[in-house]
Design a protein around this ligand. Structure first.
Ligand code: AHR
Length: 624
């Protein structure tokens, strides 16, 4: 093959191309990225979280009482806060009785690490005394212990630090009152002191680092279907997720479990800042899930029009919370949470894969126009609805074009052949219309594991997207995270359990793109000695320039079973001869374990590169 750059034919492209899609699906938040180790810490789990499917799922889920069963009840009479309705009341008839939490499949401890324990407690009917807190294994062996101060007659937060003596993957937390009588407990929490960037109420470092490694330029949250929920009462409301933990309002998760909201909007924004990514909150367009992707709920009504003004105000309040002065009504809450400086929010998504019905249109238009009028500085990203083969997103695009929505969100999960056969997909897009945010995509065969075949199809697609990054401004692979044993959707980009992270082949494609982004696309021609269509569509390349580093980056995919000798001619570009960095991800199509390898190569003018069979290569070159 021969690749020849055409430097005179270049164009500016988006510098936000690679981002991430974070949704609390597959236990991505509680039990996942959110570092809390106690499951159901607020006794807020409800049978309805699982839509009645898991009969064991109630306010006592993950908890056991060692005394008589009547000694452990759930009450709602005088909670710490109306948003945290449930709490536990223990009747201790003998010192030694107490509750035990099993964590999310156990509580992992590391020898020498410190853990912050806290609990809201209240002695009832005059009971008082200390709480003994222990981290134990199933045989009762103690890994850490300490005592709180005494409980009092009013709700009081009690805290202590525990240091693990040994490493164990499946410890349990015990709370053992050192007195008899009644005690109320709520928000029983155990947090590792080691969180990502050592944030309080922070994130699991290994998972957060795996995400940061992608160099995502933006983070979309909180979904996906989680954003619009599966009914009016399940629409994600950002205001319920900020402020002190005891005031946050938990909700059922559309994927049939529970959202504690410990990982809420403040934490999402802070994470974005910590990894240098733009926050991209996605707000429901006043309608819940209407299509089959999150369970099939058919046509549903939206928020009643008489309540829409309040809903629109919530969206405007979000912008004030994120960007307003620390003395503004909502900016003050952000400042109180520890962030007086604005977060500099620039993008807001409205709607997630919604059917473009009249119910949707009416509500979307209200929100869109209000944001546009009050905050012209914010780029609103609309939705063009679910992908439908043949018609693509025609109805959604017509509506977005009519309203001149600056950017629209497209979603598709397609098998490998689709990416091979639709390489001109975005070449055909009208540049005068809305920009595209490819908010969810994956090379996808439902239930099948990711491997080199899917990774190379992702790479091929991203090469084609990069060529079109004047119209496609952002992309995010979906879903991002999945916990072993708690997965509702396969495949996903990063799998994990309590102690390990398992990146996929497709993750490394994202890493290579994220770490090798550019802001200028330089056209090139590719000639193959074998001119057959089936051969030609399996070799592709993309050349970009990154103005920040001055580097030129060439990406190449080869989906053929044979290597391809390639002559690369970049004459006319100010590329420094000498060494360049080459990263190669290579493996047989069924290989699930392939990892990129880096080495330096020598550049001449032109230079030769043997493109390995079934590979994705990135050559990063310095400029003169
Ligand atoms: O990514 C999983 C789901 O797929 C998202 O929640 C939804 O938007 C899409 O249908």
């Amino acid at each position: 093959a021969e690749i020849t750059a055409i430097p005179e034919n270049s164009k500016a492209i988006s510098d936000l191309l690679i981002g991430i899609f974070f949704e609390d699906i597959n236990y991505a938040a509680d039990g996942g990225l959110y570092a809390e180790l106690v499951q159901n810490r607020g006794f807020e789990y409800q049978l309805s979280d699982t839509k009645g499917r898991d009969k064991s799922w109630d306010s006592k889920k993950a908890w056991n009482f060692t005394g008589s069963q009547t000694g452990f009840v759930i009450d709602t009479v005088s909670p710490i806060h109306p948003n945290q309705q449930h709490y536990a009341v223990l009747t201790i008839s003998e010192v030694g009785e107490g509750v035990k939490n099993q964590g999310f499949d156990g509580i992992p401890l590391k020898a020498g690490d410190r853990y912050n324990f806290s609990v809201f407690a209240r002695g009832l009917e005059g009971a008082k005394g200390k709480l003994l807190i222990r981290l134990v294994d199933d045989s009762g062996k103690v890994y850490a212990e300490g005592s709180t101060k005494s409980v009092s007659a009013d709700w009081k937060k009690l805290e202590l630090t525990l240091t693990a003596k040994e490493t164990i993957d499946e410890a349990r937390l015990q709370v053992i009152p050192q007195f008899t009588g009644k005690v109320a407990l709520d928000l029983v929490s155990l947090f590792p002191q080691k969180t990502f960037k050592n944030r309080k109420n922070g994130l699991r470092p290994d998972l957060a680092e795996a995400i940061a490694e992608l160099h995502p330029r933006f983070v979309r949250f909180p979904g996906g279907c989680v954003a619009h929920g599966d009914g009016l009462d399940n629409i994600y409301r950002w205001k319920n997720t900020v402020g002190p933990l005891e005031t946050r309002k938990p909700d059922r998760n559309i994927w049939n479990y529970h959202q504690s909201m410990g990982l809420g909007y403040f934490e999402y924004f802070q994470f974005c800042e910590d990894i240098g990514a733009e926050p991209l909150p996605v707000i429901a367009a006043g309608v819940p899930c209407q299509n089959s992707s999150c369970g099939g709920h058919g046509q549903q009504g939206g928020i009643p029009m008489c309540d829409m003004d309040d809903y629109v105000q919530d969206v405007l309040d979000l912008i004030e919370w994120a960007n307003g002065d620390k003395n503004s009504e909502w900016g003050k809450l952000r400042a109180q949470a520890g962030h007086p400086e604005p977060f500099n929010l620039k993008y807001v998504g409205i709607g997630n894969e919604d059917l473009i019905t009249d119910i949707f249109k009416e509500r979307f238009e209200m929100i869109y126009k209000a944001v546009k009028e009050k905050h012209p500085e914010i780029t609103v990203i609309g939705t063009v609805g679910p992908f439908s083969e043949g018609t693509d997103y025609r109805v959604g695009w017509d509506f977005a074009t009519e309203l001149e929505v600056p950017m629209v969100d497209e979603h598709y999960y397609q098998p490998p052949g689709w990416y091979l056969n639709n390489q001109d997909y975005y070449d055909r897009y009208d540049r005068s219309k809305s920009k595209v945010y490819l908010g969810e995509y994956a090379t996808h065969i439902p239930g099948r594991k990711l491997n080199m075949e899917t990774a190379l199809c992702d790479a091929l697609h991203l090469i084609n997207v990069e060529r079109n990054a004047d119209v496609v401004s952002m992309t995010s692979y979906a879903p991002l995270l999945a916990k072993h044993g708690h997965t509702q959707w396969n495949p996903d980009l990063i799998y994990f359990n309590n102690t390990e992270v398992f990146p996929t082949t497709d993750y490394f494609v994202q890493v290579l793109f994220g770490q090798n982004a550019g802001d200028e696309y330089i056209a090139s021609q590719i000639h193959l000695s074998n001119n057959k269509k089936e051969v030609k569509k399996r070799v592709a390349s993309s050349l970009v320039h990154d103005s920040k580093t001055g580097d030129y980056i060439l990406k190449l995919t080869n989906l053929l079973p044979v290597s391809v000798d390639t002559k690369i001619n970049l004459v006319g570009l100010p590329i420094l001869e000498g060494e360049a960095v080459l990263s190669v991800l290579q493996g047989n199509p069924t290989d699930e374990k392939a990892r990129p390898e880096n080495r330096t190569i020598s550049l001449g003018e032109p230079f030769e590169y043997n493109l390995p069979a079934y590979s994705f290569s990135v050559i990063r070159m310095k400029s003169k």
